[in-house]
Structure formats: structure tokens, C-alpha cells
Design a protein around this ligand. Sequence first.
Ligand SMILES: CC(=O)SCCNC(=O)CCNC(=O)[C@H](O)C(C)(C)COP(=O)(O)OP(=O)(O)OC[C@H]1O[C@@H](n2cnc3c(N)ncnc32)[C@H](O)[C@@H]1OP(=O)(O)O
Length: 418
Amino acid sequence: MTHEVRRIVPHATDGVADADTVTWTRAMLAAFLRPRVEPGDLARAAADLVGSRLRGVYETADPAPVATLRSWDSRMSVPGGEVTVDAVTAIGVRATHRRRGLLRAVLVDDLAEAARTGTPIAALTSTQGALYERFGFGLASWNRALRLDTRAAAFRVPEATGRLRTLEPATLASAAAPVQDRARRRHPGSMDRGEASWAALMTGVNLFGGLRPDPVRHAVLWSDATGRPGGYVVYRVAQDWAGGSGEIAVLDLQATTPESYRELWRHLASLDLVGAVTWGDASTDEPLPWLLTDPRAAAPGASREMLWLRILDVPGALGARRYPVTEQIVLAVDDPAGYAAGTWLLDTTDPVEPRIVTTTAEPDVALDAPALGSLYLGGVDPRVLARAGRLEERTPGAAGRLARLVAAPTVPWNGIRF
Ligand SMILES: CC(=O)SCCNC(=O)CCNC(=O)[C@H](O)C(C)(C)COP(=O)(O)OP(=O)(O)OC[C@H]1O[C@@H](n2cnc3c(N)ncnc32)[C@H](O)[C@@H]1OP(=O)(O)O
């Protein structure tokens, strides 16, 4: 059977997606074992895909794809700035067609287009850990679960400051998006949220969730004494208080200042009828325990991998971020796909415009494309990669020099699964 990768540009009329997009969406959901959805609902929900790039692998006789991939351009914060990334998701292969190279076909096609159009990095989150390194992706950030025992939580600053206001689904995006845009600059790896993602955050309606509304979601905006919004939190009632003590699950919490962060947590800790607040996608360095008289009231849980990054254009990617020290270091990058391959001088003598050029000089460090993706946001120490044999120090001490160079002001964090 012959296969062909085809691209679909989704469009919608009166809120209903075109037939190709609906067929693509049905195939994608089946590959992820999602519940079947009523056709009218599916056609309306698929309209959210407008603006995305959809790819399908088609067998010539069948209108439904046997493999799917969705991507779009997203803005991702990096130390000292931000960069456009090719955000990749919804890679699914029909259960009857696995292990025949269809994931490879559809992803290779997407990466080639991203590189051709000058997008320097591709980013994804993965259902499985062993899939994407072979395509040049390196693990670059982790999230960590957090659980606050609200009955044990007393704040070191006892008095609340600022003002809280509840947000309705209709007002969430307009009130919270400017806050998220400022807050995400504080964390490398943090990504912007599209219109559909804001709506799904508040209603719970999303393709993967079977389009069922979640009526127990709430949102609160915090503003400072001057009325300037500084942070918001969206949460759901994970366990009703009828069981004795309720539990709240944070879905998103973004704060632009230490004060807004503290006051949002104070709000969560003060909710009546609630014994615990959990957050599955907190960062690995939440300040919460330091706000409390008893830090044990905030217990960290398991961490799990989040962002995988694939560098497609070395000068474009490394040139988009800033570096904390002046350095000149030569990196030999091995990349069988070719995108990042070469020997590169990274020269940060000019702190505003780092220079990244190919060179014939002897490398200080040799690494592969996934390792470069892992180092990019500053969340992985090159010395650890050297100890794992994943990075070779050709000049003594070079891994340490590289560690100081790629260090970021805060650990990478992206709270938005995609
Ligand atoms: C970014 C995201 O969307 S993550 C979501 C991934 N999708 C899912 O989990 C949905 C359910 N699973 C599936 O749809 C499929 O099994 C997929 C997408 C994971 C794999 O699709 P396939 O078409 O079978 O993969 P394909 O045959 O192209 O394999 C490509 C390579 O990955 C390897 N591979 C495929 N699946 C796995 C796996 N589960 N574990 C380890 N390696 C794997 C193959 O061996 C092959 O390696 P090679 O090229 O080095 O020899």
C-alpha cells in the first residue's frame, strides 16, 4: 500500500470545521484511544484547529488518515527574550498501522517545513519517554507536583494585601492573557496560550476530554493596591467537601510579582471546606514552602518530564537567548538529520548580540543535537551530561564553562501541556 503525507489547512464556516479537518480529528482521537464524540460536536470542536497546521498520512484509497500530526507557531520564553517554536502535538498512528514508519514520515515532514520557514526550534511534550530523541529532541524541562495542606498552612506575612476578583469564563482570557504574557517572561520554556486554550482552561471542554464541560472550575484575579492585575489562578474542585474535606486542583497559576504569588496561594489556602490544594504542573522550584511558617505544609511530589526541544537552526536558536557571562566556546554538534550539525563558535563578548558562527577551530565540547536541545533553556547541567557520557569535554573544564554560560535566571517551566 502506498502512503502519502498531505497537509490540511483547517477552516471553519459558522463555527463548523471543514470535512477534511473533521475526518482528521476523528482519526487522531481514535489513535489516542479517546471516547467517540457525536459528529456535530466533533465538527464544532474541530473548528478550534483553525490556525494550526495539520498533517495526515493517507493510504491512497482511504479518506481518513492513518497517521496525524498537528503543529502551530508558539512564542516560548528563553533567558533574556523569547523565540518562535514549532509546537508539535497530536502525533497518532492508527492502531492497525503501527511500526511501519508513519510517525517518522509525518514528523520528518513537519520538521522539514519548520526548518524551511526559518523556525529555529521545534517543541513537544510526549506521552512516552523513548520516542523523540531519535528525531533530535532533547528533554529540556520538568514539572513537579505540589500539595498544600491548607490546615497546616500559616503565612509568614500574616496580612493579605491587594484585591481579589472572581473571573467568569467570558472574561478570563481578556483579563488573564496580559498577565500570563508578563508572567511567562519570568520562566524560560513558558509558552503563550491561544484563544482556544483559554476557553478550554475555563470550561474544561477539549477534544481529548471527550468535549464534556467541567462545571466545577473557578478563576480568580489578583490586583495590587493601585488596581494593576498581577496574577491569576484557575482551579477546579477535585474532591467535594461532602467527603469530610474538599480538595482543590490548580490548573494554572501565573504571578508577575512575589506579592501576587503569595496572595494567590493565600486565597487557595483560605478556601473554606477545603483541606488540600494540589498542582500537578508546578515548577520544580516553587517558592511556596518559603512563604509558610511550617514549610512541610507544602509537600513536593513526583516530577515529570515536560518540554522536549529540537534545535533546527543553531544561530537562530542560540542567538535568541542571552547569556550571563562573557565566553567564547566551540561546540561540535553531531546531527544525522543535518539541521544542527557543524562546529559552532558561541561568542558572548557582546552581551546584547551573541555571535554564533561556524568555525574551523578545535571544539571545546562535542555533543549531539538532543543534548544541545536539553541544554538550551539552562535546565540541564552540561557537567551532568558529561558524567553520563552524553557530552564530551575536549578542553579540560569546558563543561563547567558551558554550564556557567547556559545558566538561566530561573529553572525552565512550562505549565501548559500541549
Ligand atoms: C508529541 C506527541 O503527540 S506524543 C504522542 C504520541 N502518540 C501516542 O502516544 C498515541 C498512541 N501511539 C501511536 O499512535 C503510535 O504508536 C506512535 C505515534 C507512538 C508511534 O507510531 P509508529 O508509526 O508506530 O512509529 P514509527 O513506525 O514511525 O517508528 C519510528 C521510530 O520510533 C520507534 N518507536 C515507535 N514507537 C515506539 C515506542 N512506543 N517506544 C519506543 N520506540 C518506538 C520505532 O521503533 C522507530 O524507531 P527507528 O526509526 O529508530 O527504527
